[in-house]
Write a protein that binds this ligand. Structure first.
Ligand code: GLV
Ligand code: GLV
Length: 321
């Protein structure tokens, strides 16, 4: 009998054709509703592989409920939703989807930066609301992007791709990272600085660092206070890297100018979230890598990783911690 594979969300049928050749595949049938925990725990009992979303918590309890599990393939580059070291200790391989989403996520990061700075969402709403009565010199005036300083926190592949885009806008590029990225320094003119120097001097502070114990609440009350009053904070990594209450306070009190956020502490947020009351906030529903092209490639990569492990081959993109 074929090994059993559970996919925690409805994917399109053509994406899973190759997987169905080697496995019995079951998908949670809903596209827009996450699989309930009880269902996931039950499915895990039989599964040789699980394809997971970043919203599924794959902790020790779930791993212990899955005696046959060989591989967890997460449809994301981030894997903070998975207890990777515990999985590995049980001989389970964890895979993610690096590289394939780099440019798509950098595009969204830049789109959010530009939209926030030039008040694009507010301005579009202004027109739709019928409020445009005349051209006027300072109507919805935002802030320049070109020739400003961008500070990238987390200079991995996506950070580099954002820096590359910034060069086209003649921006000065600062970055902070656990280790120096000499390639980015050489090819993009990015300058390595301390975290404090970055947040104190950058006009745009762009958070792209993975969520780890070291980066949780990295952006806190103190860090927002150190930023320029004109600073714009962009977060496209994980919500808990920033203290959301502190961010709200910083925006309300004018310690920083605006924020563009693709990620939140607890997702999804609903319409009553305090940050949504602020006109200087653009909030997106965690769509960094969401182009149809890239999402299809990510889904195919998850399937390829599962097939490889089930056939005793080498997964293409195992997470190494
Ligand atoms: C999305 O947030 C990802 O980690 O791919
Ligand atoms: C990692 O998160 C990256 O930037 O590719």
């Amino acid at each position: 009998t074929k090994p059993y594979v559970f996919i925690t969300r409805k994917l399109s049928d053509d994406v899973i054709v190759a997987l169905q050749d080697v496995a019995e595949v079951k998908m949670w049938p809903k596209e827009e509703i996450a699989v309930p925990r009880e269902v996931l725990l039950e499915e895990a009992k039989k599964a040789a592989a699980i394809i997971t979303m970043l919203s599924d918590k794959i902790d020790a309890e779930l791993i212990d409920a899955a005696p046959n599990l060989k591989v967890i393939a997460n449809l994301a580059v981030g894997f903070d939703n998975i207890d990777v070291s515990y999985a590995n200790s049980k001989g389970i391989i964890v895979c993610n989807t690096p590289e394939v989403l780099t440019d798509t996520t950098a595009d969204l990061t830049f789109a959010l930066l530009m939209a926030t700075s030039r008040r694009v969402v507010e301005a579009a709403q202004f027109v739709k609301d019928g409020k445009w009565k005349s051209w006027s010199p300072l109507l919805l005036a935002g802030h320049d992007i070109h020739h400003k300083t961008i500070g990238i926190v987390g200079m991995g592949k996506i950070g580099e791709a954002v820096a590359k885009r910034a060069t086209g806008f003649d921006m000065d590029i600062l970055y902070h990272n656990r280790s120096r990225n000499l390639a980015a320094e050489k090819s993009l003119g990015a300058k390595y600085v301390s975290f404090d120097e970055l947040i104190e001097t950058a006009d745009f502070i762009v958070c792209l660092t993975p969520l780890t114990n070291e980066t949780r609440n990295l952006f806190n009350e103190n860090s927002f206070k150190k930023m320029k009053k004109s600073a714009i904070f962009i977060n496209v990594s994980r919500g808990p890297v920033a203290d959301e209450d502190a961010l709200y306070q910083a925006l309300v009190s004018g310690e920083i100018a605006a924020a563009g956020l693709d990620v939140f502490d607890k997702e999804p947020i609903d319409a009553t979230h305090p940050l949504l009351t602020l006109t200087n906030v653009i909030a997106l529903p965690h769509i960094g890598s969401s182009s149809t092209e890239t999402r299809e490639i990510m889904m195919a990569l998850c399937c390829d990783n599962v097939i490889a492990v089930l056939q005793n081959g080498k997964p293409k993109t195992p997470v190494r911690i």
